[in-house]
Design a protein around this ligand. Structure first.
Ligand SMILES: C[S@@+](CC[C@H](N)C(=O)[O-])C[C@H]1O[C@@H](n2cnc3c(N)ncnc32)[C@H](O)[C@@H]1O
Length: 386
């Protein structure tokens, strides 16, 4: 059993399971809203894993959010597969917190997990069904007939198609709802036929001669977001800049338009989703920008956490207002505070957000100033200067 550090006495942070008691924290931390770093779907998966006999040795975990699954199964050398760099950091942090080796075997969703066959696969069903279907299609060659496949989610977040999608892998057993979580067990079947993965949508921005695509887990892959559009409409007025960052870049649309408007600028794209950064890079080359100087930088990162390069003249950002299914402004807050550190004196952060999020209050508190650039009934574009 792992010992629980007295530095975190809140029982909300201690997961009790078959392999021990473990402290778990969320990332970024939310001091004013101590949400649990796991849910009943994680517990269902962990308890069901504990019943597998003999205990599997080659285990693959899908979409672990903050590390509950990895920490609980640490003794079974789990491999991880997912699309989130912040989840990867949270998994490492929680392993460290419990005095466990923190070298996580994490395969980004832009690649295929390395082992040819797993005895058990445990996974959280992701928010995007298109991404889910892609994961299952890539998973299928890794399954053997005796692979134990356990998948779970919270009932309120599951689509009615979840079971049907799984029948593409084999026979599906649905377990009773427990603490509002649902668990599926799939017995793989060679002849099962998966629903095809949805084709990639290519968006055209004729006014900028841009074609934009992206994988199934990329934000607004089928239609430009209304907030993004309002910020795009303001970009012809952005200050002349030599270093421009697209923070939380998604498919890279904001940065690509900025590059079209200011071809001499160096562009820097950051996102915590591996698929997003891959899409931004692919879109950059799809639009024949890769051969142009100065070269662009594409980074999978938690905001600017690991960035040590040039300060920026301009940062463009449409921050997320939820993490998974949980609505909150802690990521936006982190993005704004990090942006202040990464701007040169006089440099500007331009953001767009829903009006009701009141980002102007945060920007004023962090930067001491905030200017409204544009607004419509739902969104507002704001700028703050360092
Ligand atoms: C509202 S979307 C905006 C995407 C794109 N800029 C657009 O306007 O279409 C927010 C983006 O922030 C990314 N994101 C969320 N948390 C992040 C973090 N901690 N660091 C970097 N990017 C993050 C998400 O993956 C998502 O692509």
């Amino acid at each position: 059993m792992s010992s629980v550090s007295p530095a975190y006495p809140d029982p909300m942070t201690t997961l009790h399971c078959f392999s021990g008691d473990f402290l778990l924290v969320r990332r970024p931390p939310e001091p004013n809203r101590p949400l649990q770093a796991w849910d009943a779907a994680d517990e269902y998966l962990i308890d069901s894993f504990a019943e597998i006999s003999p205990r599997p040795e080659r285990v693959l975990i899908l979409n672990d959010q903050f590390g509950a699954l990895t920490v609980a199964l640490h003794a079974n050398n789990p491999q991880n597969w997912g699309d989130s760099f912040t989840s990867r950091l949270a998994i490492e942090e929680n392993l460290r917190l419990n005095h466990l080796p923190d070298s996580v075997a994490y395969t980004p969703s832009t690649a295929i997990p390395p082992l040819p066959a797993y005895e058990a696969i445990l996974g959280r069903i992701p928010k995007s069904l298109a991404f889910w279907r892609q994961q299952l299609a890539l998973l299928r060659p890794l399954l053997q007939e005796n692979t134990v496949l356990l998948l779970a989610g919270m009932v309120k977040h599951l689509s009615s198609d979840a079971k049907e999608i799984l029948t593409g892998l084999g026979t599906v057993e649905v377990f009773p709802v427990r603490k509002k979580a649902l668990l599926f067990r799939v017995t793989p079947h060679k002849d099962a036929s998966l629903l095809p993965s949805p084709p990639e949508t290519i968006l055209s921005l004729s006014e900028y001669s841009l074609e934009i695509g992206g994988g199934p887990n990329v934000f607004a892959r089928e239609k430009i977001d209304e907030g993004t559009q309002l910020l795009l409409d303001q970009l012809p007025r952005m200050p002349v800049s030599s270093h421009i960052a697209d923070l939380g870049c998604g498919n890279g649309l904001l940065g690509l338009v900025a590059k079209r408007l200011q071809p001499a600028a160096a562009l820097y794209f950051f996102d915590e989703s591996y698929q997003a950064v891959a899409a931004a890079e692919e879109n950059y080359s799809r639009n024949n920008l890769s051969s142009q100087e100065p070269a662009a930088l594409f980074s999978v990162d938690d905001g600017f956490s690991h960035y040590e390069g040039e300060l920026f003249d301009l940062i463009l950002c449409n921050p997320p207002f939820h993490q998974g299914h949980v609505i909150g402004d802690q990521i936006a807050w982190q993005m704004f505070t990090q942006s202040k550190r990464q701007l040169r004196p006089g440099g500007e952060l331009w953001i767009v957000g829903n009006r009701h999020l009141n980002y102007h209050i945060k920007l004023k508190r962090i930067f001491g100033n905030c200017r409204q650039i544009a607004a419509n009934p739902r969104f507002v574009v704001l700028s703050a200067r360092r």
